[in-house]
Design a protein around this ligand. Structure first.
Ligand code: SAM
Length: 665
């Protein structure tokens, strides 16, 4: 059996656990020594030749593919994947060299493709930095664990830890600005949490990395350290400022000479958590920004999804092509979030104790995703991400989606000359805390939701799901509003709450980009609102393409009188994921008008358009609506209609049994 390569200058003794370190609990399927080390117990050591590749696992642990001098495994490969701890004092130079090359490579790429790869000064865009950091980690998860809830990992917890660490690397000014904000108490618990994670991590990495046995993640074991965290912890991270409006200049700029910062030592906030701070030298070190710290150029580029797809099957990491400590178990139960990995900027972390990154190089997809996450986070809404498994290289993002496109989670913006309606005219209900009976709610007067017996009922059941087939007449839901006296958890406030369903905008095989959710959805679930710019119907009629516009009523009346009073929403330059919802002749969703911030009875009909599931939708099923619901009844099963594409329509590719054969464009 070939000996397992070990770096020279590092004895096995050194790689074992040191006194005082905490041992991570065993994983359920911990491999035996033999399984974990198929190359035997030989003490022979081999020299590192160079680093071949780099990767980050779903817990943010950095891995390096090492080429060994004079070693070849049984499978003919001459590389193994090792975690970063393999680089001790003697072989740090390999890492440094690798980082330098990577950095230069990224710069070259950015210069060659300025449209898609940007360089920016993260000191000026801390929000983007934090979002990118988060996104990268989540991206890792998404790639490896397609169905997150099937796996014993707590994404929020990891993200929390990660957020804290990203925080640490903000510039002094930003850290100060953040401290002066009321989120301070929260950030202190986050930092203490990070400390706990870091500590576990460092204990385990020094124990395990050379031996080839991953210790378990065992996030559950961290409860002991986290039990003082408040409920707030599970909420999305509050960015310093949403970044939706701060798109960097399209021309890449590199800022070389930033002023050195004064020493930035352990924050008072982390001192608040004495338990965690008593034994975390690692964290102290990272929080120290030296007076003469040199700004570093740091780059990050994620492996392309297509690459990851080839490498990893859901739930099982196959990133390692070589015998190493990267067993499939370690992918499901990887080792702890790595304390040495303070940021996604892997190139910096080995020597980042006295510096922090100031420049980030990112792809357009990273930038846009970060921007959108900045907005969804600020709205406490679930994530929206992009996935192209069809032709990623040609189309990493949908056409028209770039840093100039403004993501609007649930708001409209209003075209010049259109006044948002005043909330003063909203009728509110009073005299009760919870709304259950519409006859007591003044706000329900315009609602037509009724039961089979024709009695008016509230639109939602106790689970917050729309009671389907209950609309007598126009499909509108009137929710309680800010003038109502009922409480915030009144059952008649559903659509107005932050979106709970994570969304993936994905490239379909043959009808452009579409939308799906990684979660199973029940029937009657409100998914989110169509957003964009409210324009007059008259203007909408003149749009070059109405692909991305939606009329704010269910009428196709285009008479002159009507045009001035009616509005449409144009999502061509601003909007959200709903603009990608495709048509199906047998749709699983429909659109319902919801009123809660504008009067339902005003002249100007300005509801929010909510997408609602019509039936239970399994995870990862494309979400669709009928672009022309009226036609459904007229053309039902009409074989005659099939094959004929009316003027102004295009061929429908929905593949539904009852497909009409065309869709109105
Ligand atoms: C609102 S957009 C939906 C997102 C669009 N697929 C994209 O990639 O941007 C509407 C356009 O999507 C395409 N589309 C939607 N549903 C379709 C279907 N069932 N068959 C063919 N094309 C469809 C048509 O080009 C239509 O004009």
């Amino acid at each position: 059996m070939a000996p397992k390569p070990r770096p020279r200058g590092r004895s096995r003794k050194q790689s074992r656990r040191v006194q005082g370190e905490r041992r991570a609990p065993p994983i359920p399927f911990e491999p035996t020594e033999d399984e974990a080390d198929p190359y035997g117990e030989s003490e022979q050591e081999w020299e590192v030749s160079h680093i071949v590749d780099e990767d980050i696992d779903s817990f943010g642990v950095e891995w390096f593919e090492i080429k060994w001098r004079g070693w070849r495994g049984n499978d003919g490969k001459d590389t193994t994947w090792q975690d970063k701890a393999i680089f001790d004092e003697d072989n740090q130079h390999f890492l440094k060299k690798w980082q330098k090359t990577q950095e230069a490579d990224l710069r070259k790429k950015a210069c060659a493709d300025p449209e898609n790869i940007k360089i920016m000064d993260i000191a000026k865009e801390p929000g983007l930095f934090t979002s990118l950091a988060k996104w990268e980690l989540e991206g890792g998860f998404a790639q490896k664990f397609k169905n997150l809830d099937q796996y014993p990992v707590d994404v929020e917890e990891i993200l929390d830890a990660f957020n804290s660490q990203a925080d640490i690397l903000l510039t002094e000014e930003n850290v100060q600005a953040k401290r002066s904000k009321p989120t301070r108490a929260r950030s202190s618990t986050r930092i203490s949490k990070t400390a706990a994670v870091s500590q576990r991590s460092s204990a385990s990495s020094s124990t395990n990395n050379i031996r080839g046995q991953h210790a378990p993640t065992s996030l559950a074991s961290s409860e002991e350290e986290h039990d003082d965290d408040d409920d707030d912890e599970s909420r999305p991270f509050n960015l310093p400022s949403p970044i939706g409006h701060t798109a960097p200049s399209p021309t890449p700029s590199i800022i070389v000479d930033l002023t050195p910062r004064r020493p930035q030592t352990q924050s008072s906030s982390s001192q608040n958590s004495s338990r965690a701070s008593s034994n975390r030298p690692e964290l102290h070190k990272r929080r120290t920004i030296g007076p003469k710290s040199k700004q570093k150029f740091i780059g990050v580029e994620l492996p392309r999804p297509s690459l990851l797809k080839a490498k990893s099957a859901p739930g099982v990491s196959s990133v390692s092509s070589s015998p190493s400590n990267r067993s499939s178990q370690s992918a499901l139960f990887p080792s702890q979030p790595n304390s040495t990995r303070a940021t996604p900027f892997s190139q910096s972390s080995s020597s980042s104790s006295s510096s922090f990154p100031s420049i980030i190089i990112y792809t357009l997809k990273q930038g846009v995703t970060a921007q959108w996450h900045g907005v969804t986070d600020a709205k406490q809404a679930a994530k929206v991400s992009f996935l192209n498994e069809v032709n990623y290289d040609d189309e990493p993002l949908p056409p028209g989606i770039n840093l100039e496109f403004e993501y609007l989670e649930d708001d409209y913006i209003f075209d010049d000359g259109i006044e948002p309606p005043s909330k003063d005219f909203l009728a509110g209900c009073s005299g009760h805390r919870r709304c259950g009976d519409p006859s007591f709610c003044d706000c329900q007067v315009p609602s037509h939701v009724q039961n089979e017996a024709g009695h008016q009922i509230m639109a939602y059941d106790n689970e917050g799901l729309v009671i389907l087939n209950s609309f007598g007449g126009t499909e509108i839901i009137v929710e309680c509003n800010e003038n109502c006296e009922c409480c915030a958890d009144c059952i008649n406030r559903v659509a107005q709450k932050p979106r709970q369903i994570p969304i993936v905008i994905f490239k379909t095989e043959d009808h452009g980009w579409g939308v799906k959710s990684p979660q199973d959805l029940p029937a009657g679930k409100i998914l989110g609102f169509f957003t964009g710019k409210v324009i007059q119907r008259r203007k909408a009629a003149r749009l070059p393409t109405n692909n991305f516009s939606f009329d704010l009523d269910h009428q196709d009346d285009t008479t002159q009188a009507n045009l001035d009073e009616r509005f449409s929403v144009d999502a061509s330059t601003c909007g959200n994921w709903t603009r990608f919802i495709n048509h199906s002749c047998s749709p699983n969703c429909k659109v319902v008008s919801v009123f809660y911030d504008t009067p339902a009875e005003s002249q100007s009909f300005l509801p929010k358009l909510a997408f609602v599931t019509k039936r239970a939708v399994p995870a990862n099923t494309e979400l669709t609506i009928d672009y022309e619901p009226q036609a459904q009844i007229a053309n039902k099963n009409s074989k005659k209609g099939k094959g004929k594409i009316p003027d102004g329509a295009g061929p429908c590719l929905c593949r539904a049994e009852n497909c009409r054969g065309y869709l109105k464009l």
